[in-house]
Design a protein around this ligand. Structure first.
Ligand code: DLL
Length: 435
């Protein structure tokens, strides 16, 4: 494939110049946040840091971290750094409890987001004239709208099909001539499998490439998706708090994701001590948004574990590369592309009068995540009438759906039947082996 760039001046900028640009932008951004976000200003005052102390990237260590708990405490708009009249879009993602986290964008922020998603598209060989089949979910999740914006800016013909209705997806791919597929890797695998089940092969559709992210996936999965859909499959990383898809993007080398360093600083830290690690050492990924104005997080601890690679990529891009996330420091699960915290499930169960004796069982069948929650009946809720048990299971499943946005199979089990642990309770059984 002939390698091209969307914004060559940034994507191939000499590293010294990237550092200078980051230093300048960091000083400006720190001042912007300090002056406009009271919560963060107080945090900085406690740490004894003022805008005069942040002059370059060498001062990064002085800046306090932000974490998911800060978003919870300031819900919904306490970390916004511009007046709400300048916020033109909101997105959201799961919080650790019932409340989700909310992020916002100015028009300028959306413009940057479109650019970084367009960079991803160009890096994998897409251009105006491509039919972009966008099967990421549209809505509060950032996947659908994020990719949509980048593809529109690039001039692709966007097919905003969103997720679900798999046979129809295949019919549309065939009839409309979809050439680039965007969705979660598990959904891509499922599409490949459905194609086969329909007695069709990859030549039935005209796809040439796919951009898959939002959840962990392995190199084996990449090979199998490439084979079943007859495409090249690329990885894309991002998170709601920092921007959405496009924070980091894979190029034709398929060997790590370039972090858009003109817009974000990435660091790895030791998750226990918070100390910064040298590039090349595995640690928690931390991002600082340099140019976003509405919701600019400084040193956001992602809880994703990864490794950074500064070796220049043969694609010509000079941006640092991050590995695929290799796990998390918290207990967040990603099921069918949706972030799920066990604490959210527990909160629902307790509200419904159950105890914290439950088990979350996640597996994979036919490339699709399975998700079951086993819940112990309490003695006062005990019933051996099948219809009553089924009705209660449905009620719980609906209550979980409202909070999690995905359907779980709920199975009520007899009191005291879930094994008690003498140490940490084993609440999650995840057999997917994605990392
Ligand atoms: O998943 C944004 C996104 C949309 C990325 C579409 C890529 C494509 P959240 O819902 O906030 O945002 O989830 C963010 O998902 O902290 C990682 O744990 C995980 N994640 C995202 N991309 C990847 C990836 C979107 N390529 C959380 N590989 C992150 C592994 C990923 N995990």
């Amino acid at each position: 494939m002939c390698e091209k760039y969307y914004q060559k001046e940034y994507e191939t900028m000499p590293r010294e110049e990237i550092r200078e640009l980051q230093s300048k932008r960091l000083a400006e951004q720190f001042r912007h946040v300090y002056e406009n976000v009271e919560y963060y200003r107080e945090r900085c005052k406690q740490a004894g840091v003022t805008p005069d102390d942040i002059k370059s990237i060498d001062d990064l260590d002085k800046i306090p971290f932000t974490c998911k708990d800060d978003l919870r405490q300031t819900y919904p708009y306490g970390l916004f750094a511009v007046p709400m009249k300048d916020v033109v879009r909101l997105h959201a993602s799961s919080g650790t409890t019932g409340k989700q986290i909310v992020v916002g964008y100015t028009k300028g922020d959306l413009d940057i987001w479109e650019d970084i998603c367009a960079r991803q598209l160009v890096a994998i060989g897409a251009s105006a004239g491509d039919f972009l089949h966008n099967a990421y979910g549209y809505g509060l999740f950032t996947g659908g709208f994020g990719i949509h914006g980048g593809a529109t800016k690039l001039g692709c013909t966007v097919i905003p099909i969103s997720a679900g209705n798999t046979q129809r997806q295949i019919a549309v791919m065939h009839d409309f001539g979809s050439s680039v597929l965007c969705c979660t890797p598990s959904y891509a695998a499922y599409l490949g499998e459905t194609l086969k089940e329909m007695g069709l092969g990859p030549d039935y559709i005209k796809l040439k490439a796919g951009i898959f992210g939002a959840e962990p996936w392995t190199e084996e999965m990449r090979k199998s998706i490439e084979k079943s859909l007859g495409i090249k499959a690329y990885d894309i990383y991002g998170l709601t708090e920092v921007m959405g898809p496009g924070v980091a993007y894979e190029c034709s080398e398929q060997n790590g994701m370039h972090v858009n360093e003109d817009h974000f600083i990435v660091e790895t830290i030791d998750p226990k001590t918070g100390k910064r690690l040298p590039d090349g050492e595995k640690g928690e990924l931390v991002f600082t948004a340099l140019t976003k104005k509405a919701f600019p997080l400084l040193r956001f601890r992602t809880k994703d574990i990864g490794v950074l690679n500064t070796v220049k990529c043969s694609c010509g891009r000079t941006f640092i590369r991050m590995s695929k996330p290799m796990g998390r420091t918290d207990d967040m699960l990603i099921i069918r592309g949706v972030n799920v915290f066990p604490s959210q499930i527990e909160e629902v169960l307790l509200k419904q009068g159950y105890t914290s004796n439950y088990q979350i069982i996640v597996g994979r069948e036919n490339n699709n995540d399975t998700f079951e929650v086993k819940v112990e009946m309490t003695p006062d809720k005990f019933s051996d009438v099948i219809a009553e048990v089924k009705a209660e299971e449905n009620k719980l499943s609906n209550a979980l759906l409202t909070i999690l946005q995905i359907k779980a199979k709920v199975t009520l089990v007899a009191p005291k039947s879930i094994e008690r642990s003498e140490g940490k309770a084993k609440r999650v059984i995840d057999t997917r082996k994605l990392i």
